[in-house]
Design a binder for this molecule. Structure first.
Ligand SMILES: NC(=O)c1ccc[n+]([C@@H]2O[C@H](COP(=O)([O-])OP(=O)(O)OC[C@H]3O[C@@H](n4cnc5c(N)ncnc54)[C@H](O)[C@@H]3O)[C@@H](O)[C@H]2O)c1
Length: 350
């Protein structure tokens, strides 16, 4: 990569989770000193097995809802990668209060701590759910609809806080709107498991996976390694280059609002592959991906049920802005990523 984060001290929140733990492994490979803050509410210590063997790694068990903990975690760090949150639309519908406390109050605690500590850039996990009920495809960053769930609201409010902190305090913030991330270490268990690990786990056990709706809903499924690349670039692109490229993007793209002047960087980017796959296509692809390991999987049927509240029908990103400004260049298509994921889950669960 042209720009890299190397030999820096960084904080990864939510580092015991799916995305955070993969990010930590990449950062450690580049000789960074990594602090991980996690309360293990959905994360798993097993995800940190490799990291714990590295002397550049420190684990801090704590909650982002506690301001002192955030201050302690961020001390001396140049970059923050904020991944900790309670994911899942259905979880936020079942318990909007806890999702709000963690995803908004926790976010502001950490952003405040980062600004107090003088971090160079605050990179955070935003979400494609922010597009809400807006129908247009592909999704472009500056056009969003109304939020469809408490989770989506929390993620949008985070973007507002990030922008506001940049305007007021001058801290650089970059939000990455992830689109249905999948891959190694994503948890297949529990009521709020994401669709790919849930289907894979069901099929390996010869159980019929359950599709919400008629299977025509579609998503821009994004392999984890693309997401790691986006995070590293979001932190590494130097401010001056970032601003120049952003100006080029803004002047070359219809409808993008203001041209930044001397304001601190505060931008959001779609992180996706830029294609979409229906749930029916996903079901067929996963069966195909697992059948080489166990032929009986080809016989397992899917079941269908009603649509879920809060779900959007279709989602697909434009990744033009990330390509232009960050130099984002996703290496894994949905199919290539799915083959990697199937191999990993089979090895783990067989
Ligand atoms: N996976 C996706 O498809 C996806 C899509 C859009 C956005 N995101 C966002 O990406 C981030 C990472 O998601 P993930 O899929 O790795 O989820 P995950 O559940 O695997 O990881 C989240 C981590 O945050 C930790 N955490 C939760 N509450 C905490 C708290 N109060 N204090 C400290 N740590 C806490 C959890 O223990 C867990 O380790 C989240 O912000 C999520 O909202 C994920």
């Amino acid at each position: 990569m042209p720009y890299e984060i190397k030999e820096q001290k960084v904080l990864v929140t939510g580092g015991a989770g799916f995305i955070g733990s993969n990010l930590i492994d990449s950062l450690l490979l580049n000789d960074n000193t990594v602090v991980c803050l996690d309360n293990f509410s959905t994360g798993n210590i097993g995800n940190l097995e490799d990291a714990k063997k590295n002397s550049n790694f420190t684990l801090l068990e704590g909650d982002i809802r506690d301001r002192e903990t955030c201050m302690k975690a961020v001390a001396g760090c140049e970059y923050v990668f904020h991944q900790a949150a309670l994911g899942s639309v259905p979880r936020s519908i079942a318990d909007p209060i806890t999702s709000t406390e963690v995803n908004i109050l926790g976010f502001v605690n950490l952003l405040f701590a980062a600004k107090e500590a003088g971090v160079k850039r605050f990179v955070y996990a935003a979400s494609s759910s922010t597009y809400g009920d807006h129908q247009a495809l592909p999704k472009v960053e500056h056009v969003i609809g109304n939020s469809l769930s408490p989770y989506a609201i929390t993620k949008y409010v985070d973007e507002l806080f990030a922008k506001n902190f940049s305007d007021i305090y001058g801290i650089e913030t970059v939000g990455l709107r992830y689109f249905n991330v999948f891959g190694r270490r994503q948890d297949p268990d529990g009521a709020y498991a994401a669709v790919i690990p849930r289907f894979v786990s069901n099929l390996i056990q010869h159980q019929s996976p359950y599709i919400n709706g008629d299977g025509s809903n579609s998503r821009d499924f994004t392999y984890i390694d693309n997401v790691i690349q986006a995070n590293l670039l979001a932190a590494a692109v130097p401010s001056i280059v970032f601003k120049e490229r952003l100006k080029e993007y803004q002047s070359s793209t219809a409808g993008v609002p203001e041209v930044i002047k001397e304001a601190a960087i505060s931008e959001v980017f779609n992180v996706a592959f830029g294609a979409r796959t229906s749930l029916n296509e996903l079901a067929v692809a996963i069966k195909k991906g697992l059948t080489p390991y166990d032929k009986a999987i080809s016989q397992v049927e899917f079941q269908y049920g009603p649509n879920r509240a809060g779900d959007v029908a279709h989602s697909m990103a434009s990744i033009h802005k990330g390509k232009m400004v960050l130099g984002y260049n996703p290496q894994y298509s949905f199919k290539a990523g799915l083959n990697e994921a199937c191999a990993w889950y089979w090895e783990k669960m067989k």
